[in-house]
Design a protein around this ligand. Sequence first.
Ligand code: SAM
Length: 329
Amino acid sequence: MSDSTTGVVPGAGPTGGSTARPTASTAPVAAPAERATLRLREAPAPGAPHPDDPPRYAPEWLRLREPADGAARAHDLLGPLRAHLAERTPPTGGLVVHDLGCGTGSMGRWLAPRLDGAQHWVLHDRDPYLLHFAAAGAPRSAADGGHVTVETLRGDLARLTPDALSGADLVTASALLDVLTAEEIGTLAAACAAAGCAALLTLSVAGRVELDPAHPLDAEIAEAFNDHQRRTGLLGPDAVTAAGEAFAAHGVSVRAHPSPWRLGPDEAPLTAQWLRGWVGAAVEQRPELRSRAEAYLDERLAACADGTLRVVVHHTDLLALPRPTGGTP
Ligand SMILES: C[S@@+](CC[C@H](N)C(=O)[O-])C[C@H]1O[C@@H](n2cnc3c(N)ncnc32)[C@H](O)[C@@H]1O
């Protein structure tokens, strides 16, 4: 195991010291049995990541959210995607799919069995620890039984070269766009356009959350959380608009579809983890919220535990399809 894995906290979401940049769908979390105490900016333990390190995502968190992610992704975008892929000249070795920010490989496990034909997936992430899990849990077969192979590629999307995606039929990402900068999204759109490939970019946070029953502090926490997401130049809830514009600037046709998490009593462990991260980030952004937020979190976790809390976390999926050469979409 490489040294760079030492910063990952089992059971936690993105880590990486006080600069960790959680999102509504990628919230940092505490162990489920832990009390609803907000612990922020603790002194780093020996061997802990440097505060300037990029945030790390614990595989336990990605596993916890995988069923909700699968239920949330927009099935309505699959028809147009399949039709587009079927129209391409049949590739000799099957479809080539690049999954960016693959984490433990949840997107491939969801999508590969929903597409026909042999597929080769290239799984990209900057975290070698997560790539190890992605390779071990890779999908094996397509919808029609076609063979699925994978390779992993470690690297930072900030350094994606214009030709990095050449030969790709499809680029995918899940829960990624909102943790990128405008420049990174521009680079991604340019690389997809240069490759002439489709892109299915799922589960970007929309910046809206609904909790039932409602609470007077909901809106203030949500606003502080959204500000927290944007504070280091990342796009957070602005990512979908930015990506739509970046792809459209290359003449690519873009469709958006809602893909909300709908969390009820059956998803209580995920809801509790998400709540801790959502409220914790809000307090990190606005420390004056702390005492009210602690009481709020206690109340919300109690409702979550007794099955009376329902949460909708809004996301958006984007499908970008190159226009047929010389024609209309
Ligand atoms: C919220 S996780 C989502 C993981 C996975 N797509 C899923 O849906 O479970 C974001 C992933 O993107 C990766 N990531 C974030 N920024 C990145 C960058 N600039 N370059 C490469 N990987 C990045 C993280 O390491 C992490 O695995």
